[in-house]
Design a protein around this ligand. Structure first.
Ligand SMILES: Nc1ccc(Br)nc1
Length: 447
């Protein structure tokens, strides 16, 4: 029991007592380092954002799923050197089990697909919004939790699935007033890197780890990238080949490098053709430097960026056709994206697109005398049953306080129960927009 200002003591058979003479210093009122509270104003913005996540998912006929924020650690143990696994928020629980706060949602989705197995009819179109965690040394002062919206399509091997996901992302941006001149989506395919590595006979086993290193190419000096690749026995001529491939900026150049038979070229061409059909081509750029930092991507990869290049990636995703077999299951084609709740807000602020979200109250109801509290409750219930948002004043208050209160709430009406009016079956109503006052019956209140 978090007693504040008193020490809680228990003695045998005497229950809990407090010794109020022992002053306890105030508990920390801030949330744990790297985490956020959501007081009403912040929660209204978060709910607004999540409402758009949900509405877009609904429009695309995706079904919502959810799973525990706590998972078995083994779900996230991967050997590819990803930052996400190096910053796992993991611990041993009181049962001696190795568990972790999930750093992403995709492994949980894969677990659920494997759990449901044959009972599922493919394709699955599932979405989730969930809090994800990382334990990062606070030296960088970054957050340790964020909320992610994920949409995933399981069971479709063609890039039609990626096109659908990209369309959902564009639909979301458009709803918020963001256009293709604000945001672009870089598209590439890990089969490009796979083809290049094959030319240097780099073993498939190194593929994921190479991708994780190459993803850092714009964040680390080239020498660091070369050292990390060399540690994977990637010879320096291969490194040159990789880095050269990553600078390609057109599908024609890609075709020149990989040949007309390249699977990557075919998939990318088909994806751009589908984007034309949806009408969001102007959002897309082929950019071979996009690799993404998750080990399990196998094909298409993409990320949305702000064209002013002030912010980190807004969202990202890709195809992960071999994730299920890493958990011992049968592989099923899959692709999806993750969309965090932080960068998008920074973008909206940058573009002056932040919504104005007030606490909306229709009616404030007040009993002017104690014996009218039950009738006031009846009036409030009546108005609420009709769908009006009612703030029922729960204590006897002076009118001066009530007027201030209605201003704070930006209420539309003040409904007063006074003895004289109530005895003749009326209520005193003040329209807080027009300032008009009138005596009305209960039924009049709802006309
Ligand atoms: N994966 C992950 C988790 C939490 C935050 Br904040 N960022 C990334």
């Amino acid at each position: 029991r978090g007693m504040v200002g008193g020490r809680v003591t228990t003695t045998a058979n005497e229950g809990i007592q407090t010794d109020s003479t022992t002053l306890t210093s105030l508990v920390s009122v801030d949330p744990p380092r790297g985490t956020r509270d959501f007081p009403p104003e912040d929660m209204r913005l978060r709910s607004w954002l999540f409402q758009h996540f949900r509405e877009v998912s609904r429009l695309f006929a995706f079904e919502e799923i959810d799973f525990p924020v706590l998972e078995s650690e083994e779900l996230f143990v991967r050997k590819a050197g990803e930052e996400i696994t190096q910053q796992l928020y993991n611990f041993e629980d009181k049962g001696g089990r190795r568990v972790a706060l999930r750093p992403e949602l995709t492994p949980s989705l894969a677990r659920l697909v494997l759990q449901k197995g044959k009972s599922l009819s493919l394709p699955l179109k599932w979405f989730a919004i969930g809090q994800c965690w990382r334990y990062e040394r606070m030296t960088r002062g970054r957050r340790r939790e964020h909320y992610q919206w994920n949409m995933d399509i399981i069971g479709i091997s063609g890039v039609e699935a990626e096109a659908e996901l990209l369309s959902a992302i564009v639909t979301f941006f458009t709803r918020l007033g963001i256009t293709a001149s604000d945001v672009g989506i870089k598209i590439s395919n890990r089969k490009v890197l796979q083809a290049v590595l094959a030319r240097y006979s780099i073993p498939d086993e190194s593929f994921a780890a190479v991708c994780v290193i190459v993803d850092k190419i714009e964040k680390l000096p080239r020498s660091e990238i070369e050292n990390e690749l060399a540690a994977l026995q990637v010879p320096s001529d291969a490194i040159d080949g990789i880095l050269q491939a990553l600078t390609l900026k057109s599908l024609d150049d890609l075709e020149d490098l990989l040949g007309a038979e390249s699977g990557a070229v075919a998939e990318l061409k088909q994806l751009f053709a589908l984007a034309d059909g949806y009408g969001f081509s102007d959002w897309l750029n082929f950019d071979a430097s996009v690799v993404r930092g998750l080990a399990y991507y196998t094909g298409t990869v993409f990320e949305a960026f702000d064209r002013e290049r002030k912010l980190r990636a807004i969202c990202g995703g890709g195809r992960y056709d071999q994730l299920l077999s890493t958990y011992g299951g049968a592989d099923t084609p899959a692709c999806g994206f993750g969309f965090g709740d932080a960068v998008i807000i920074e973008l909206l602020k940058e573009r002056n697109l932040m919504p104005e979200l007030g606490h909306v109250v229709d009616d404030v109801v007040l009993a002017l005398e104690d014996h009218l509290k039950a009738p006031a409750a009846m009036v409030a219930a009546h108005l609420r049953n009709a769908g009006r948002v009612v703030d029922l004043v729960l204590e006897t208050k002076r009118l001066k306080w009530v007027f201030k209160h209605t201003e704070r709430l930006h209420a539309k009406r003040l409904v007063l129960l006074g003895a004289t009016e109530w005895n003749r079956g009326t209520l005193r109503v003040k329209d807080l927009i027009t300032r008009e006052e009138s005596d009305v019956t209960l039924d009049d209140l709802l006309t």
